[in-house]
Design a protein around this ligand. Structure first.
Ligand code: T3D
Length: 266
């Protein structure tokens, strides 16, 4: 996938080998979402999904923040004539659904503060790695809103009802280390090690069976509210399909050949 975004664009895409890095790029406003940013981010994710060479997507922010959520000053999104429901339907719903249905794993590399929809965009990703100085804020209650971009669905599933309500109602800043401890995110790493840790994770995921990883996410998401019997049937169905695919044969062959597998399916 060619990197066509100019350096000043609010969303940058850079693909190197199998790793597509998408950077939110409005550092002066902590990468808060404008309509223009949304109009670039969703197509960037679609392009990564459609590119057969891409095997992992990294989502990160430029500067000291990851994303401060909705830009509260964007006239396209604010004002008496702007319908907030329409903003959420038009921008945040498709964004969350896109991240959650990518054919490859999506890693949020949370370099700094992630607030409001910015926090929940990160939590939509499959693995969230945060720098130790990063933090997560369900900022919605501070301005009289409810968590969006999937927050009401994600939070109780990640940390349980008590903590979900604590985070969402107080809007308190949660340091990355505490987020890791309570299971909100996968990993918190020292700032000095953060870039290398993120690249190492991306390289590791890129060598894994993307189709099986995407199916794993789909089943985990689908299984949460479903009865066990239904989840067991979905597992059987997915195993049936994966069992007929290249990557399963390759994985087993490589195991017995005592060599690393070369996965191809998406
Ligand atoms: O249509 C709809 O509204 C529905 C959709 C809602 C989705 C949402 O995401 S609602 C939640 C929106 N986000 C927030 O409420 C967070 C607002 N920001 C903050 O609370 C703080 O900035 C942070 C806690 C994230 C970081 O604090 P701090 O002290 O590290 O930085 P700062 O000084 O507040 O911010 C730095 C600059 O970024 C500052 O600009 P300046 O003064 O240097 O020119 C600040 O105004 C700007 N900025 C930060 N967040 C936003 C923002 N500008 C516009 N919108 C923002 N959300």
């Amino acid at each position: 996938m060619p990197d066509t975004s100019p350096a000043h664009a609010p969303v940058l895409t850079h693909t190197e080998g199998p790793v597509c890095t998408i950077t939110l790029n409005r550092p002066a406003a902590l990468n808060a979402f404008t309509a223009e940013m949304h109009d670039l981010l969703l197509p960037a994710l679609h392009a990564a999904a459609d590119d057969p060479a891409v095997r992992v997507v990294l989502l990160t922010g430029a500067g000291r923040g990851f994303c401060a959520g909705q830009d509260l000053a964007d006239p396209a999104m604010r004002g008496p004539d702007v319908d907030v429901a329409a903003v959420v339907e038009r921008f945040y719903k498709p964004l969350a659904l896109r991240v959650r249905s990518m054919p490859v794993p999506v890693v949020a590399a949370v370099n700094g503060v992630a607030a409001g929809a910015g926090a929940n965009l990160a939590l939509c990703c499959d693995l969230v790695v945060a720098a130790r100085t990063a933090s997560f804020i369900q900022a919605f209650s501070r301005i009289g809103l409810v968590p969006d971009c999937g927050g009401t669905w994600l939070l109780p599933r990640l940390v349980g009802r008590a903590r979900a309500l604590g985070l969402a109602m107080t809007g308190d800043k949660l340091p990355a280390e505490a987020a890791e401890r309570m299971g909100l995110i996968w990993q918190c790493v020292d700032d000095a090690e953060f870039p290398a840790a993120v690249q190492a994770l991306a390289a590791r995921l890129a060598a894994m069976p993307a189709r099986a990883l995407a199916e794993t996410r789909r089943l985990i998401d689908a299984a949460a509210p479903a009865p066990l019997a239904e989840a067991l049937s979905w597992e059987a169905q997915a195993q049936g399909e994966l069992g007929r695919a290249h990557d399963f044969a390759e994985g087993v062959t490589a195991f017995f050949a005592k060599r690393p597998p070369v996965f191809k399916d998406r």
